[in-house]
Design a binder for this molecule. Structure first.
Ligand code: FES
Length: 149
């Protein structure tokens, strides 16, 4: 007897034609370099020639603090304008007010002259000259406009 086992091998049918699938290479579109104008190197501290304030905004015998520019503009006598850094020389606080002929720091009480920025009262009531004077800032007055020089 014959064991007539038969094998039926499945036929593999090669499926051809897959190459016909449309594979499209992605079109790489180079981004335009249209953002190259940013950051022109400006930002050099106080800036050059920028408007600070107007003469009308600076009281005679007092001053105006400009926090953004970190400058204080004073007018010790009518028509005589001065400007100083508004950053206290003690520990770097921004000065807080201008009264009684002095520029005053709120942090430890230092006071500076509105005429020349000299230290007239040191931190916590210590003697004049305990800290450095406020540095002068060059300004130009044109009509009513007060600008950085
Ligand atoms: S930071 Fe101005 S008095 Fe100390």
């Amino acid at each position: 007897m014959t064991d007539g086992s038969t094998r039926s091998l499945g036929r593999r049918h090669a499926i051809a034609g897959a190459a016909g699938l449309g594979v499209v290479a992605p079109a790489l579109v180079a981004c335009g370099s249209d953002g190259d104008g940013a950051g022109d190197g400006a930002g050099n501290g106080a800036g050059d020639g920028g408007d600070l304030t107007t003469a009308a905004d600076v009281p005679v015998g007092g001053g105006t603090i400009l926090p953004d520019q970190k400058v204080v503009v004073t007018q010790p006598t009518a028509g005589d304008f001065k400007a100083f850094t508004a950053v206290c020389t003690h520990q770097g606080c921004l000065v807080g007010q201008v009264t009684d002929g002095t520029i005053q720091c709120p942090c430890h009480g230092s006071q500076f002259s509105i005429e020349d920025g000299s230290n007239v009262v040191g931190p916590s009531g210590s003697e004049a000259g305990s800290v450095s004077d406020l540095a002068a800032v060059d300004i130009t007055v044109e009509g009513d406009a007060i600008r950085l020089s």
